[in-house]
Design a protein around this ligand. Sequence first.
Ligand SMILES: [Zn+2]
Length: 164
Amino acid sequence: MKFLVDAMLGKLTRFLRIFGFDTVYANDLEEHFKISPVPDEKLVIYAQKNNRIIITKDYPLYKSFTERGFYLKGEGIYNYLHQLKNNLNLNLNFSMENARCSICNSSLKKITDKKLIEDRVKSETYKHYDEFFQCLNPNCKKVYWDGPHIMSIIKKLKANSLLT
Ligand SMILES: [Zn+2]
């Protein structure tokens, strides 16, 4: 299941990527289409071409793409995730191996020798953790690890009954 997430839903975009879903953010397509904001028609064509479900809070956009659109109601990240989980059977089990880069949506690779990323993380982090993952996009290369940030996201998802 691949997604195209509409503008204003940046936090949801990052969540979906961390949980391993291939997710394009509408704002990130501004460069591709050389127009800001990207018009609805272009988003629909892009989603059709790339076989993506459009997630939006914009009813007219949803109406123009009901066959593969998902209309979010209300507010709040946990509310959104509940709607997606219940209606699309989204599996929100987290594993670093399946995660995608929250910044650019690329896959991550496991770092076999942590010396390779030493200059990219704080020294306390480097000392404290042995398993690191890195974004495969050469223009991004963001480094990830199972640190407190990820743990707190998982805790909050559990508290909101989003994880089994
Ligand atoms: Zn990246």
